[in-house]
Ligand binder design. Sequence first.
Ligand code: SAM
Length: 288
Amino acid sequence: MFSYRHAFHAGSHADILKHLVMIHLVEYLQEKPGALTIVDTHAGAGIYSLIDGFATVSKEADQGIYRLAQFAESNAVSPGIANYLECIRSENAANEINVYPGSPFILAHLLRTQDRLKLFELHPKEIDILRHNISQLKQSKQVDIYAEDSFARLKGLMPPPSRRGLVLIDPSYEDKQDYRYLETAIEEALHRFVTGCYAIWYPCLSRRESASLPDHMKKIAAAHKRSWLQVELRVENAPKEPRLQASGMFILNPPWTLEKQLSESLPILVKALGQDGGASFLLKSFEA
Ligand code: SAM
Protein backbone atom coordinates (compact mmCIF):
# COMPACT_ATOMS: atom_id res chain seq x y z
CA MET A 1 0.00 0.00 0.00
CA PHE A 2 1.12 3.58 -0.74
CA SER A 3 3.77 2.81 -3.32
CA TYR A 4 1.56 4.43 -6.00
CA ARG A 5 2.45 8.03 -6.87
CA HIS A 6 0.39 9.58 -9.63
CA ALA A 7 3.30 11.76 -10.74
CA PHE A 8 4.68 8.70 -12.57
CA HIS A 9 1.56 8.64 -14.74
CA ALA A 10 0.72 12.34 -15.09
CA GLY A 11 -0.29 13.29 -18.61
CA SER A 12 -0.60 9.68 -19.78
CA HIS A 13 -3.24 8.49 -22.27
CA ALA A 14 -5.30 7.31 -19.27
CA ASP A 15 -5.23 10.83 -17.76
CA ILE A 16 -6.31 12.27 -21.09
CA LEU A 17 -9.39 10.05 -21.35
CA LYS A 18 -10.33 10.57 -17.70
CA HIS A 19 -9.91 14.34 -17.71
CA LEU A 20 -11.61 14.80 -21.09
CA VAL A 21 -14.70 13.00 -19.76
CA MET A 22 -14.55 14.79 -16.39
CA ILE A 23 -14.45 18.26 -17.95
CA HIS A 24 -17.47 17.46 -20.10
CA LEU A 25 -19.43 16.21 -17.07
CA VAL A 26 -18.68 19.33 -15.02
CA GLU A 27 -19.52 21.73 -17.83
CA TYR A 28 -22.79 19.95 -18.57
CA LEU A 29 -23.81 20.00 -14.90
CA GLN A 30 -22.93 23.70 -14.73
CA GLU A 31 -25.43 24.56 -17.43
CA LYS A 32 -27.97 24.93 -14.63
CA PRO A 33 -27.29 27.66 -12.07
CA GLY A 34 -27.85 25.52 -8.93
CA ALA A 35 -24.81 24.81 -6.76
CA LEU A 36 -22.82 21.74 -7.75
CA THR A 37 -20.89 19.56 -5.30
CA ILE A 38 -18.00 17.65 -6.82
CA VAL A 39 -16.36 14.81 -4.89
CA ASP A 40 -12.95 13.62 -6.12
CA THR A 41 -12.48 10.44 -4.08
CA HIS A 42 -8.85 9.82 -5.10
CA ALA A 43 -7.18 13.18 -5.56
CA GLY A 44 -3.42 12.62 -5.79
CA ALA A 45 -1.10 15.62 -5.44
CA GLY A 46 -3.11 18.05 -7.58
CA ILE A 47 -0.52 19.15 -10.13
CA TYR A 48 2.67 17.57 -11.45
CA SER A 49 5.90 18.73 -13.00
CA LEU A 50 6.60 17.05 -16.33
CA ILE A 51 10.15 18.37 -16.51
CA ASP A 52 11.57 17.02 -13.27
CA GLY A 53 10.80 14.37 -10.67
CA PHE A 54 8.83 11.14 -11.12
CA ALA A 55 7.25 12.06 -14.47
CA THR A 56 10.65 12.24 -16.13
CA VAL A 57 11.39 8.67 -15.03
CA SER A 58 8.32 7.10 -16.61
CA LYS A 59 7.96 9.61 -19.49
CA GLU A 60 4.30 8.60 -19.89
CA ALA A 61 3.43 12.15 -20.95
CA ASP A 62 5.57 11.66 -24.08
CA GLN A 63 2.99 9.18 -25.39
CA GLY A 64 0.15 11.16 -23.84
CA ILE A 65 -0.30 14.91 -23.50
CA TYR A 66 2.80 15.82 -25.55
CA ARG A 67 1.71 13.60 -28.40
CA LEU A 68 -1.84 14.96 -28.36
CA ALA A 69 -0.68 18.60 -28.15
CA GLN A 70 1.65 18.08 -31.09
CA PHE A 71 -1.09 16.36 -33.10
CA ALA A 72 -3.45 19.28 -32.44
CA GLU A 73 -0.91 21.73 -33.87
CA SER A 74 -1.32 20.33 -37.37
CA ASN A 75 -4.68 18.54 -37.29
CA ALA A 76 -8.26 19.53 -36.58
CA VAL A 77 -9.53 18.22 -33.24
CA SER A 78 -13.02 17.98 -31.76
CA PRO A 79 -14.38 20.82 -29.58
CA GLY A 80 -14.08 18.46 -26.57
CA ILE A 81 -10.37 17.84 -27.17
CA ALA A 82 -9.73 21.52 -27.88
CA ASN A 83 -11.44 22.41 -24.60
CA TYR A 84 -9.42 19.77 -22.71
CA LEU A 85 -6.14 21.05 -24.19
CA GLU A 86 -7.11 24.58 -23.24
CA CYS A 87 -7.58 23.46 -19.60
CA ILE A 88 -4.10 21.90 -19.59
CA ARG A 89 -2.49 24.87 -21.34
CA SER A 90 -4.10 27.32 -18.90
CA GLU A 91 -1.77 25.95 -16.18
CA ASN A 92 1.27 26.52 -18.36
CA ALA A 93 3.10 29.39 -19.97
CA ALA A 94 2.33 29.98 -23.66
CA ASN A 95 3.63 27.37 -26.10
CA GLU A 96 4.95 24.93 -23.52
CA ILE A 97 3.56 22.22 -21.27
CA ASN A 98 5.80 21.85 -18.25
CA VAL A 99 3.17 20.93 -15.69
CA TYR A 100 0.18 18.64 -15.87
CA PRO A 101 -2.84 19.49 -13.72
CA GLY A 102 -4.45 16.49 -12.03
CA SER A 103 -8.16 16.20 -11.37
CA PRO A 104 -8.13 18.48 -8.27
CA PHE A 105 -6.62 21.41 -10.21
CA ILE A 106 -8.76 20.97 -13.28
CA LEU A 107 -11.88 20.72 -11.11
CA ALA A 108 -10.92 23.67 -8.88
CA HIS A 109 -10.47 25.89 -11.92
CA LEU A 110 -13.88 24.92 -13.25
CA LEU A 111 -15.69 25.86 -10.01
CA ARG A 112 -18.24 28.67 -10.13
CA THR A 113 -18.67 30.68 -6.94
CA GLN A 114 -21.68 28.57 -5.87
CA ASP A 115 -19.88 25.21 -6.33
CA ARG A 116 -17.85 23.12 -3.85
CA LEU A 117 -15.08 20.59 -4.34
CA LYS A 118 -14.32 17.80 -1.87
CA LEU A 119 -10.98 16.02 -2.24
CA PHE A 120 -9.89 12.79 -0.58
CA GLU A 121 -6.31 11.58 -0.40
CA LEU A 122 -4.83 8.92 1.89
CA HIS A 123 -1.14 8.90 0.97
CA PRO A 124 0.82 10.59 3.80
CA LYS A 125 3.12 12.49 1.39
CA GLU A 126 0.56 13.24 -1.34
CA ILE A 127 -1.89 14.77 1.13
CA ASP A 128 0.67 17.36 2.26
CA ILE A 129 1.59 18.23 -1.31
CA LEU A 130 -2.10 18.41 -2.25
CA ARG A 131 -2.88 20.75 0.67
CA HIS A 132 0.01 23.01 -0.27
CA ASN A 133 -0.90 23.04 -3.97
CA ILE A 134 -4.58 23.79 -3.35
CA SER A 135 -3.72 26.56 -0.87
CA GLN A 136 -2.11 28.46 -3.76
CA LEU A 137 -5.39 28.66 -5.69
CA LYS A 138 -7.88 31.49 -5.47
CA GLN A 139 -10.65 28.85 -5.28
CA SER A 140 -9.07 27.24 -2.18
CA LYS A 141 -11.90 28.41 0.11
CA GLN A 142 -14.34 26.37 -1.96
CA VAL A 143 -12.30 23.21 -1.51
CA ASP A 144 -12.44 20.76 1.42
CA ILE A 145 -9.58 18.29 1.75
CA TYR A 146 -9.93 15.05 3.71
CA ALA A 147 -7.05 12.75 4.67
CA GLU A 148 -9.49 9.87 4.92
CA ASP A 149 -10.52 6.66 3.19
CA SER A 150 -12.99 7.90 0.60
CA PHE A 151 -14.54 4.48 0.06
CA ALA A 152 -15.69 4.55 3.68
CA ARG A 153 -16.64 8.24 3.72
CA LEU A 154 -18.44 8.71 0.41
CA LYS A 155 -21.91 7.68 1.58
CA GLY A 156 -21.73 10.22 4.42
CA LEU A 157 -21.48 13.03 1.85
CA MET A 158 -24.50 11.87 -0.11
CA PRO A 159 -26.76 13.49 -1.09
CA PRO A 160 -25.03 16.87 -1.39
CA PRO A 161 -27.07 19.77 0.09
CA SER A 162 -28.04 21.08 -3.36
CA ARG A 163 -28.85 17.55 -4.62
CA ARG A 164 -26.66 18.26 -7.62
CA GLY A 165 -23.47 16.26 -7.54
CA LEU A 166 -20.65 14.69 -9.49
CA VAL A 167 -18.48 11.96 -7.97
CA LEU A 168 -15.19 11.12 -9.66
CA ILE A 169 -13.75 7.79 -8.49
CA ASP A 170 -10.19 7.20 -9.63
CA PRO A 171 -8.50 4.57 -7.46
CA SER A 172 -4.97 3.36 -8.14
CA TYR A 173 -6.21 -0.27 -7.76
CA GLU A 174 -2.87 -0.85 -6.02
CA ASP A 175 -4.83 -2.97 -3.56
CA LYS A 176 -6.94 -5.47 -5.49
CA GLN A 177 -9.59 -5.08 -2.77
CA ASP A 178 -10.18 -1.64 -4.31
CA TYR A 179 -12.48 -3.31 -6.86
CA ARG A 180 -14.66 -4.64 -4.06
CA TYR A 181 -14.52 -1.43 -2.01
CA LEU A 182 -15.51 0.53 -5.12
CA GLU A 183 -18.62 -1.56 -5.71
CA THR A 184 -19.70 -1.26 -2.08
CA ALA A 185 -19.10 2.51 -2.08
CA ILE A 186 -21.12 2.96 -5.29
CA GLU A 187 -24.00 0.84 -3.97
CA GLU A 188 -24.09 2.81 -0.72
CA ALA A 189 -23.88 6.17 -2.48
CA LEU A 190 -26.65 5.26 -4.95
CA HIS A 191 -28.94 4.26 -2.08
CA ARG A 192 -28.66 7.80 -0.75
CA PHE A 193 -28.29 9.74 -4.00
CA VAL A 194 -29.58 7.81 -6.95
CA THR A 195 -29.65 10.79 -9.34
CA GLY A 196 -26.00 11.76 -8.86
CA CYS A 197 -23.52 11.49 -11.70
CA TYR A 198 -20.78 8.95 -10.88
CA ALA A 199 -17.68 8.61 -13.09
CA ILE A 200 -15.40 5.67 -12.41
CA TRP A 201 -11.98 5.24 -14.01
CA TYR A 202 -10.64 1.71 -14.49
CA PRO A 203 -7.56 0.12 -16.07
CA CYS A 204 -8.15 -2.45 -18.83
CA LEU A 205 -6.09 -5.36 -17.56
CA SER A 206 -6.43 -9.10 -17.95
CA ARG A 207 -6.71 -9.59 -14.18
CA ARG A 208 -10.16 -10.94 -13.35
CA GLU A 209 -11.23 -8.09 -11.05
CA SER A 210 -10.43 -5.49 -13.68
CA ALA A 211 -12.00 -7.32 -16.62
CA SER A 212 -15.26 -7.84 -14.73
CA LEU A 213 -15.60 -4.28 -13.37
CA PRO A 214 -17.76 -2.92 -16.23
CA ASP A 215 -20.17 -5.87 -15.99
CA HIS A 216 -20.45 -5.43 -12.22
CA MET A 217 -21.21 -1.74 -12.75
CA LYS A 218 -23.88 -2.57 -15.34
CA LYS A 219 -25.56 -4.88 -12.84
CA ILE A 220 -25.53 -2.16 -10.20
CA ALA A 221 -26.95 0.31 -12.74
CA ALA A 222 -29.72 -2.14 -13.66
CA ALA A 223 -30.60 -2.77 -10.01
CA HIS A 224 -31.04 1.00 -9.50
CA LYS A 225 -32.65 1.57 -12.93
CA ARG A 226 -29.86 3.95 -13.99
CA SER A 227 -28.55 4.89 -17.42
CA TRP A 228 -24.87 4.32 -18.06
CA LEU A 229 -22.09 4.98 -20.54
CA GLN A 230 -18.90 2.97 -20.92
CA VAL A 231 -15.89 4.28 -22.81
CA GLU A 232 -12.48 2.71 -23.33
CA LEU A 233 -9.39 3.92 -25.15
CA ARG A 234 -6.67 1.49 -26.20
CA VAL A 235 -3.45 3.02 -27.52
CA GLU A 236 -1.64 -0.22 -28.35
CA ASN A 237 -2.08 -3.96 -28.25
CA ALA A 238 1.17 -5.50 -27.07
CA PRO A 239 0.05 -8.26 -24.66
CA LYS A 240 3.58 -9.12 -23.52
CA GLU A 241 4.38 -5.56 -22.42
CA PRO A 242 3.56 -4.79 -18.79
CA ARG A 243 2.66 -1.10 -19.30
CA LEU A 244 -0.94 0.12 -19.22
CA GLN A 245 -2.24 0.10 -22.79
CA ALA A 246 -5.92 0.81 -22.31
CA SER A 247 -8.25 2.33 -19.75
CA GLY A 248 -11.90 3.10 -19.40
CA MET A 249 -14.52 5.21 -17.70
CA PHE A 250 -17.90 3.98 -16.54
CA ILE A 251 -20.43 6.74 -15.99
CA LEU A 252 -23.69 6.29 -14.11
CA ASN A 253 -26.37 8.86 -15.00
CA PRO A 254 -24.34 10.32 -17.88
CA PRO A 255 -25.51 13.54 -19.53
CA TRP A 256 -27.16 12.93 -22.90
CA THR A 257 -24.48 15.08 -24.56
CA LEU A 258 -21.54 12.88 -23.52
CA GLU A 259 -21.94 10.14 -26.11
CA LYS A 260 -21.93 12.60 -29.00
CA GLN A 261 -18.87 14.41 -27.67
CA LEU A 262 -17.00 11.14 -27.23
CA SER A 263 -18.02 9.80 -30.63
CA GLU A 264 -16.35 12.90 -32.12
CA SER A 265 -13.27 12.77 -29.86
CA LEU A 266 -12.41 9.05 -29.68
CA PRO A 267 -11.44 8.48 -33.34
CA ILE A 268 -9.17 11.52 -33.06
CA LEU A 269 -7.60 10.21 -29.84
CA VAL A 270 -6.97 6.84 -31.50
CA LYS A 271 -5.27 8.61 -34.40
CA ALA A 272 -3.26 10.96 -32.19
CA LEU A 273 -2.26 8.51 -29.45
CA GLY A 274 -2.35 5.14 -31.19
CA GLN A 275 1.03 3.42 -31.11
CA ASP A 276 0.26 0.37 -33.23
CA GLY A 277 -2.52 -1.18 -35.31
CA GLY A 278 -4.25 -2.38 -32.13
CA ALA A 279 -5.24 1.15 -31.11
CA SER A 280 -9.04 1.35 -30.79
CA PHE A 281 -11.93 2.62 -28.77
CA LEU A 282 -15.14 1.29 -27.30
CA LEU A 283 -18.25 3.37 -26.66
CA LYS A 284 -21.42 1.79 -25.28
CA SER A 285 -24.40 3.17 -23.46
CA PHE A 286 -27.75 2.21 -22.05
CA GLU A 287 -30.72 4.43 -21.35
CA ALA A 288 -32.85 3.32 -18.40
N1 SAM B 1 -7.52 11.57 -9.61
C1 SAM B 1 -6.12 11.96 -9.75
C2 SAM B 1 -5.97 12.70 -11.07
O1 SAM B 1 -6.71 12.40 -12.03
O2 SAM B 1 -5.13 13.59 -11.15
C3 SAM B 1 -5.19 10.79 -9.65
C4 SAM B 1 -5.43 9.92 -8.46
S1 SAM B 1 -4.39 8.50 -8.30
C5 SAM B 1 -4.88 7.47 -9.62
C6 SAM B 1 -5.11 7.70 -6.91
C7 SAM B 1 -4.81 8.36 -5.57
O3 SAM B 1 -5.71 7.82 -4.60
C8 SAM B 1 -3.42 8.09 -5.03
O4 SAM B 1 -2.79 9.33 -4.77
C9 SAM B 1 -3.64 7.30 -3.74
O5 SAM B 1 -2.73 7.64 -2.71
C10 SAM B 1 -5.04 7.72 -3.35
N2 SAM B 1 -5.80 6.71 -2.56
C11 SAM B 1 -5.69 5.37 -2.59
N3 SAM B 1 -6.64 4.79 -1.83
C12 SAM B 1 -7.41 5.80 -1.32
C13 SAM B 1 -8.57 5.85 -0.49
N4 SAM B 1 -9.14 4.72 -0.05
N5 SAM B 1 -9.10 7.06 -0.18
C14 SAM B 1 -8.53 8.21 -0.65
N6 SAM B 1 -7.42 8.23 -1.45
C15 SAM B 1 -6.87 7.04 -1.78
